[in-house]
Design a protein around this ligand. Structure first.
Ligand SMILES: [Zn+2]
Length: 448
C-alpha cells in the first residue's frame, strides 16, 4: 500500500542504537523513526540514502549557544546560526538569553521563537534570563522554555550571589518547575576588578586572568551546589574550566546537579591568549595545563555530563578592539564535531561516551522528549558522520557570521556529512538545503 511507503530510508549504515554500533537500515515516516531493521529489510521510500561510509548517531544537541539576533543580528541571527549548526551536524540547540533585548519577557521570547521558526532549519529550545518579577517565570514556562540562565552580574533582583537567603528563595521558587537553572559560575563584579588591576599598572591580559582567577569558579559552584542540595532545584554548571571545580563536583548528587565543559577549554591552554590575542578571549578564560588535565580526568571518571560549544559570535571589528574592550567569546558549532571526532580517532576520547555527552545526556538533563536516541517512534533527528573525512578548520568557509576561530588551520579527521532534522535532510555534503523547514521549538518535559 502506498500509505506504508517511507518518506526516507537510510541503508547500509552503522547505527548507534541501544549503546552499540550495529548495521541496520532506518526507515523514517512523518518526521519519526518508524523502523530499524536488518539490512535490506525496508520497503519502498520516497528517497533512499546510502550510508555505507557513515556512522549514524542521534542528532547532536548543543545545550549552550548564543544566536544573538534582534538588536545584535549583525553578530549572528537565527538563520546564520542555524546554518552553522546543521553544517556542523547539530540538529538541536538551546539558546541563551543574554541577547539585546534579553530573553526575560514574553514579548522577546515570542519574537525569538518567530525568528527561529522562520529560519526553520533546526530544533531550538530557549533558556531565559531572570525576569523583573520572579513570578513571571511561570508565564515564560507556559510558553515553553528549557532553562533559566543565571549570570554573575545579573541586575534583576531576587538573585545575588552574595545573599544566601535570596538564592535559597529563588531555588525554592523554581524547584517544582520543569526547568533546569544554568549557572555561569563566576563571582559578580569581576570586570570592575579587572579595570582596577589595570589602573594599578597591570597589563590588560594579566588583569583579565587575575580577575577571572580559577578559584572564583569553584567558590561559586560550592556555594550554589550547597544551597541547591537543600532543595530539589535542578542545577547545571555551564562551561566548567578549573581543577578545584572538578574536584568538588566529584561529590555532588547527579542528575540534580550537572555540568558541562567546552571543547575550547579542553583543547587550548591559556598561553593562546598571548599568541592569538582577543580571538582566544572568552569567559571563563582558557586555563593552564593543571586545569585542562582535570577536565580530561573529569571526562574519564564521568563527572562531566555534557560537552557544549558556548557558540558566542561577535563581529570581527569588535574582536579587533584593544584587549580589555574586545568582547569575550568564540564560535563553536562548526568545529564541534570535527574537533571531538578527531579526539576519538586519536583515541583520546571514547566514541560512545562522546555520543552520549552530546546526544542522550543533554536530552535527559533538559527534558527534551523524543530526542537524543535512535529508536522507534523517536524524532528522526540524525547526524551521519564520516570518521575518515579529513581536512583543516577553515573559518572563511563557516556559515556563522563570525568567520574566525582560535582553531583556524587545525587538522581534523571526522565530520558530519549529513544532517537530518525531524526526518528532513537539511545538510548534505556541506550543502545547506533550505527548502524544507522541519525545525521546531522545544520545551522541557520532565517525567518524575
Ligand atoms: Zn555562553
Amino acid at each position: 500500500m502506498i500509505s506504508d511507503s517511507l518518506d526516507l530510508k537510510i541503508v547500509n549504515g552503522t547505527v548507534y542504537h541501544s549503546g552499540e554500533f550495529i548495521r541496520r537500515d532506518i526507515g523514517i515516516k512523518n518526521g519519526k523513526i518508524s523502523r530499524i531493521v536488518q539490512r535490506g529489510g525496508l520497503g519502498s521510500a520516497e528517497r533512499t540514502v546510502d550510508a555505507s561510509d557513515a556512522i549514524i548517531i542521534p542528532g547532536v544537541i548543543d545545550a549552550h549557544v548564543h544566536f544573538r539576533d534582534l538588536d545584535l543580528s549583525y553578530k549572528e541571527d537565527f538563520l546564520s546560526g542555524s546554518q552553522a549548526a546543521i553544517a556542523g551536524g547539530v540538529t538541536t540547540v538551546l539558546e541563551m538569553p543574554n541577547s539585546r533585548p534579553k530573553t526575560n519577557t514574553l514579548t522577546t521570547l515570542k519574537k525569538k521563537k518567530t525568528l527561529a521558526l522562520k529560519a526553520g532549519l533546526i530544533n531550538i529550545g530557549f533558556h531565559v534570563g531572570l525576569p523583573e518579577h520572579l513570578e513571571s517565570i511561570k508565564e515564560l514556562l507556559q510558553d515553553g522554555i528549557v532553562g533559566v540562565k543565571i549570570y554573575p552580574d545579573d541586575k534583576t533582583s531576587y538573585y545575588e550571589q552574595t545573599d544566601d537567603d535570596k538564592i535559597k528563595k529563588f531555588f525554592q521558587f523554581i524547584e517544582n518547575l520543569p526547568v533546569r537553572a544554568c549557572i555561569h559560575a563566576e563571582e559578580p563584579g569581576l570586570s570592575i576588578l579587572e579595570k582596577e588591576y589595570i589602573e594599578g599598572g597591570m597589563t590588560a591580559i594579566d588583569a583579565y586572568f587575575k580577575a577571572h582567577e580559577p578559584d572564583s569558579e569553584a567558590r561559586v559552584i560550592k556555594k550554589l551546589a550547597r544551597i541547591a542540595l537543600e532543595s530539589r532545584v535542578k542545577l547545571h554548571f555551564c562551561h566548567v574550566s578549573t581543577r578545584p571545580a572538578i574536584e568538588f563536583l566529584k561529590h555532588v548528587k547527579k542528575p540534580q546537579i550537572s555540568c558541562e565543559i567546552t571543547p575550547h577549554h579542553l583543547l587550548l591552554l591559556k598561553n593562546q591568549v598571548n599568541i592569538q590575542g582577543t580571538i582566544a578571549k572568552m569567559l571563563p578564560p582558557l586555563r593552564s595545563a593543571t586545569h585542562v588535565d582535570a577536565l580530561w580526568e573529569g571526562i574519564r571518571s564521568g563527572i562531566i555530563d555534557i560537552l557544549a560549544t558556548d557558540h558566542a559570535p561577535h563581529a570581527k571589528s569588535e574582536k579587533e578592539r584593544d584587549f580589555t574592550s574586545a568582547p569575550s567569546g568564540l564560535v563553536g558549532l562548526e568545529t564541534f564535531l570535527p574537533l571531538c571526532l578527531t579526539l576519538v580517532n586519536e583515541k583520546r576520547l571514547k566514541f560512545k561516551q562522546l555520543i552520549q555527552m552530546i546526544t542522550e545526556i543533554p536530552a535527559k538533563l533538559f527534558g527534551l522528549k523524543n530526542k537524543g536516541i535512535i529508536d522507534i517512534n523517536k524524532d528522526a533527528d540524525l547526524t551521519l558522520i564520516n570518521m575518515s573525512s579529513s581536512g583543516c578548520i577553515t573559518p572563511s568557509r563557516f556559515k556563522t557570521k563570525a568567520r574566525f576561530s582560535p582553531f583556524d588551520g587545525w587538522k581534523y579527521q571526522g565530520k558530519a556529512i549529513m544532517t537530518i532534522v525531524n526526518g528532513k535532510i537539511v545538510m548534505e555534503e556541506d550543502q545547506i538545503l533550505k527548502q524544507s523547514k522541519p525545525g521546531k521549538i522545544l520545551k522541557s518535559v520532565f517525567i518524575e
